[in-house]
Ligand binder design. Structure first.
Ligand SMILES: *Cc1c(COP(=O)(O)O)cnc(C)c1O
Length: 395
């Protein structure tokens, strides 16, 4: 008999009751070191007092009015996002997939408005993850996401990540935009090769295409910069954001420059919940923390320490671990054995991690971690590695 909760997830048996900072506690009071942070969502750890207070205070005043009315919290948060980034304007959503949807619609609307309705195709990249809507799964080649949902809309040309020749070959008179994760998350924690995003920018400029970055996972401080594309010194036209932006409250945003949003006029798009007062209260509080003096520098410093720690593990267990990937506090450890096994033994060590494609162990700790947490994670990963060496007869 099917379970009342639709069984679309292969869930771990753990259930948590409360969280505090970098730790989660299950119903037996067992403590877990959280190096997954709800998949890069709980960026400020669990139960951060500033976020809790913001949500509490708003919840006693007003929950929801709809976008039929002005929402002052939106105006404040949009201004903060504009001031902190490439963007001139922001549309608020409730999830990553909705931010992608807005980005794709905006690209369509742009070319339509410019008199080129035939320019509708978007070039995307293999192993990409852009969410689970029909649009999102159409935008990737990942068969496990697409299987059983065809026929899918044929709007996307998917080429190998980082392959400029393949990009050039895919270009056609109908090309409207590029959509790319500056650091692929689910696909294996891979940063775009040096110069790749810049090259896409140059093609986009030459051909009046739009450059869309999916920073749902890698943005909002995760890599030590406000947005990951800042490492590459490239300006996008549109950025899809979500995950860390709400620190655990369902919130997303689609940011754009004035050119890309030129034809997003009244009635062009909407969302009942998007940017509601509860989400705005938490989003604004999250931004206070993220933009505080020195916060991003600390994330960058911790990211380097995490990278160094993982490199030490490779030196100690060369038969088990291959390489460290990613940026800042978005890290992947490429394994020589199935990642599901590693996630399970880490869990036995009371360390929470996530898998990524290609047997990559994904580490996404809250951005507030300290060196002691990295040291703790190292001991747990060492114990897990030893268990794996025996189980898989490595070395
Ligand atoms: C998580 C994620 C999405 C989808 O976000 P949802 O909130 O699950 O809809 C899209 N793109 C990337 C890069 C993601 O990591």
């Amino acid at each position: 008999m099917i379970s009342p909760v639709m069984p679309v997830y292969r869930r771990s048996p753990l259930a948590f009751e409360r969280g505090e900072g970098v730790y989660l506690y299950d119903d037996k009071g067992e403590e877990y070191l959280d190096f997954v942070a709800g998949i890069a969502v709980s960026a400020f750890g669990h139960a951060h007092p500033h976020l809790v207070n913001a949500l509490k205070a708003q919840s006693e005043k007003l929950w929801h009015t709809s976008n039929l009315f002005r929402i002052p919290g939106q105006e404040v948060l949009a201004q903060k996002l504009v001031d902190a980034s490439f963007a001139d304007t922001v549309f608020f959503t409730n999830s990553g997939a909705e931010s992608i949807e807005c980005a794709v619609k905006m690209a369509r609307r742009y070319h339509h408005g410019e008199g080129n309705p035939d320019r509708y195709r978007i070039i995307t990249f293999r192993q990409a993850f852009h969410g689970r809507t029909m649009t999102g799964i159409s935008a990737t080649n990942q068969e496990k996401l697409r299987d059983g949902f065809g026929p899918l809309p044929d709007w996307f040309d998917v080429v190998p990540f980082g392959d400029l020749d393949a990009v050039e070959e895919a270009l056609c008179s109908e090309s409207a935009a590029f959509m790319v994760e500056p650091v692929q998350g689910e696909g294996g924690v891979s940063a775009a090769p040096q110069g790749f995003l810049q090259a896409l920018r140059e093609i986009a400029d030459a051909k009046d295409m739009l450059l869309i970055f999916d920073e749902i996972q890698c943005g909002m401080g995760r890599t030590g910069k406000f947005f990951a594309h800042e490492h590459d010194g490239v300006l996008p036209d549109i950025v899809a954001s979500a995950k860390g932006i709400g620190g655990g409250f369902p919130l997303g945003a689609c940011l754009a420059n004035e050119r890309a949003a030129k034809h997003m006029t009244a009635g062009a798009h909407g969302s009942t919940y998007g940017g509601n007062p509860l989400a705005m209260a938490v989003g604004n509080a999250a931004m206070d923390i993220l933009l505080a003096d020195g916060f991003l520098d600390r994330v960058a410093a911790m990211g380097e320490k995490l990278e160094a720690m993982l490199k030490e593990l490779i030196t100690e267990f060369p038969q088990a671990f291959e390489e460290v990937r990613g940026r800042g506090l978005m890290r992947g450890l490429k394994l020589n054995f199935p990642v599901a096994d590693m996630v399970a033994v880490c869990r036995d060590q009371k360390l929470l991690t996530a898998p990524a494609a290609g047997d990559v162990l994904r580490l996404l700790p809250p951005l507030i971690i300290e060196e002691t947490h990295i040291a703790q994670a190292k001991e747990k990963l060492r114990a897990a590695a030893k268990a794996m060496m025996t189980q898989h007869q490595l070395g």
